[in-house]
Design a protein around this ligand. Structure first.
Ligand SMILES: Cc1cc2nc3c(=O)[nH]c(=O)nc-3n(C[C@H](O)[C@H](O)[C@H](O)COP(=O)(O)O)c2cc1C
Length: 154
């Protein structure tokens, strides 16, 4: 089973911490969004899309990339955001499902945010993702893999 995670983590490298923790424990190839165009995804059994959140969605480049994932692929989503929320995967999930891509789960947590006015107050969600939140991403990945092995959808 070949796994790959494509990441875009430009604000503070918050999301990349989740990706690195997963790849540190499991055989997962990691590719930045800049290099993603040159990767052949057709041979991947499991594709992760990992991104910070901007204006309520995954980063624009990642949202656009999602529309080019081969139909029939299985995708999981990882994100970090300044404000906790659960609607951030809505748009990208819609894009993927419209393409016939199966979304097999998502995990999100807070990430240090100094965007706009938050910079003036030293940022929000300082210290995030925490070790616990990073471990949560690894546990999420394990769950995705195990559920697939057992033939269940999440
Ligand atoms: C331009 C911009 C817009 C953002 N918009 C949101 C938002 O709508 N909701 C939110 O919770 N966080 C928002 N954030 C905060 C980031 O999603 C958060 O800091 C995230 O952890 C950054 O991930 P990264 O370091 O992996 O890029 C925004 C950050 C930037 C730079």
């Amino acid at each position: 089973m070949k796994s790959i995670i494509i990441y875009e983590s430009t604000h503070h490298g918050n999301t990349k911490k989740l990706v690195e923790a997963i790849a540190g424990k499991y055989p997962v190839e990691t590719v930045s969004i800049e290099q993603a165009e040159s990767v052949d995804l057709s041979g991947c059994d499991r594709i992760g899309l990992a991104s910070g959140i901007a204006f309520g969605k995954f980063y624009k480049r990642m949202e656009e990339f999602a529309a080019r994932i081969p139909s029939g692929s299985s995708v999981f989503l990882l994100y970090t955001c300044g404000n906790p929320g659960n609607g951030y995967v809505k748009n990208i999930t819609r894009t993927l499902e419209a393409k016939g891509v199966k979304v097999i789960g998502n995990y999100g947590c807070r990430g240090y945010d100094t965007f706009g006015p938050f910079r003036l107050v030293g940022g929000i969600a300082k210290g995030h993702p925490t070790e616990e939140e990073i471990a949560g991403a690894v546990a999420f990945y394990e769950k995705v893999v195990n559920q697939e092995k057992n033939g269940h959808a999440l």
